[in-house]
Design a protein around this ligand. Structure first.
Ligand code: SAH
Length: 372
């Protein structure tokens, strides 16, 4: 057995679940069975290119080895509690990750691309005040099996005629707070032997974990989206509490460092439009001063309401004025079209089923940070 296969699940049966296992560990696994490492390539192709979950169907693997695999390993996906489809074609799956916790995965078809939005944690500890997931609190990190399992569940449900061109870590959770399990998944998404997506088509979205952004460029430089949402620290402290630990200047420095490794690629800054909170022309000007002349583009997200929120979405004409102000100040900006809101699949509406385990601990921790 690979020694450091910590990021994947060991099934109840004690068998190693091979879904999400990094390619190098899969090779080690086959070596431990006295098989040649190319067996890993065969298994990766069956699993991630043909989406087969049955060892017996892997006909270029010998019958003897298939039997051995049955005994030692498993290819088990998390269960789907519910699958929904929106009037606009957006699809959402509620996925059971055990212990009463469930996360959501969303598929968004567009004319020129299709995007799968996956979750990295059951809940989220970032506590952003305008996000449904954040308001639910945090339960635990998902394993690599559970994260990659979402891609396989969607892939199998979509069938062979639908291409999946983009994957974004914009579902539930803060991907960079689950670095250990997210990185192996990203590597399998990029690996030509597995999903073979291009780096530009895999996006990690973060609330602003600066040390992990700095580390990410060394491990894998995929596209980066940063949830900025405010042009100054006093407002961002309220909206995105991690800002109290890593304020805007520090965050942007890390972003520009990261952009250098991306070879002329831009960082996307997400900005939820909250009525009378962060949507004034003055806010647009301050934002433009931060980003002008940098490898940056702004993606304005009309705020998606959820039960119990105190925020409202900015009016359409306010969003238009904000975007024009950014353009005239020399900053590229787009407005994200809301998709799947009739099935609560839009940004920030994902809630799944999460029992908060840390709210009080986190509250105390952030209060300490704020007082430093
Ligand atoms: N934790 C990651 C992924 C979050 S979800 C991050 O913070 O980036 C992806 C995006 O949706 C983030 O920019 C998030 O801030 C935004 N978002 C959250 N709640 C929202 C809401 N109710 N309306 C619009 N966007 C929201």
């Amino acid at each position: 057995m690979p020694q450091n296969a910590l990021s994947v699940d060991i099934a109840d049966s004690g068998k190693l679940n091979l879904i999400g296992l990094p390619a190098a560990e899969l090779e080690e696994f086959f070596c431990s069975l006295e098989e040649r490492p190319f067996r890993a390539r065969q298994l990766l192709a069956w699993l991630y290119q043909r989406h087969t979950l049955d060892f017996q169907q892997m006909t270029d693997i010998s019958l003897r080895l298939r039997k051995q695999l049955e005994l030692l390993a498993t290819l088990r996906l998390p269960g789907v509690v519910r699958a929904q489809e929106s009037a606009d074609g957006t699809r959402k799956w509620l996925i059971d990750v055990g212990g009463g916790q469930a996360v959501e995965t969303v598929f968004i078809p567009e004319p020129k691309r299709t995007t799968l939005c996956i979750s990295s944690q059951a809940g989220c500890a970032m506590d952003c005040s305008f996000c449904a997931t954040g308001q639910q609190g945090f339960n635990r990190n998902l394993s690599a099996t559970e994260i990659l399992g979402q891609v396989l569940i969607a892939r199998r449900a979509l069938g062979p005629d639908v291409a999946l061109t983009n994957v974004v870590f914009m579902g539930m959770g803060e991907p960079l707070a689950n670095y250990r399990n997210v990185i192996p998944v990203v590597q399998l998404l990029l690996d030509d032997r597995a999903f073979g997506l291009s780096r530009r088509r895999v996006t990690i979205s973060t609330a602003g974990l600066v040390p992990q952004i700095l580390k990410l460029s060394k491990d894998c430089n995929v596209a980066l989206a940063v949830s900025l949402h405010a042009p100054n620290d006093s407002l961002r402290d309220q909206l995105v509490p991690i800002n109290r630990r890593h304020p805007i200047a520090e965050l942007l420095d890390a972003c520009w460092d990261y952009a250098e490794c991306l070879a002329s690629r831009q960082i996307t800054f997400e900005y939820a439009m909250l009525r009378d909170v962060n949507d004034s022309i003055k806010d647009a000007r301050t934002l433009a001063r931060l980003l002008r002349g940098r490898p940056a583009k702004v993606n304005l997200i009309p705020f998606n309401p959820f039960p119990g929120t105190r925020y409202e979405c900015s009016r359409d004409e306010v969003i238009e004025a904000f975007v024009s102000e950014l353009w005239s100040a020399g900053v590229v900006a787009t407005i994200r079209r809301t998709r799947g809101s009739d099935i609560a699949a839009a940004c920030g509406q994902l809630a799944g089923q999460v029992d908060d385990r840390t709210r009080s601990r986190l509250g105390a921790k952030l209060a300490r940070v704020a007082n430093q």
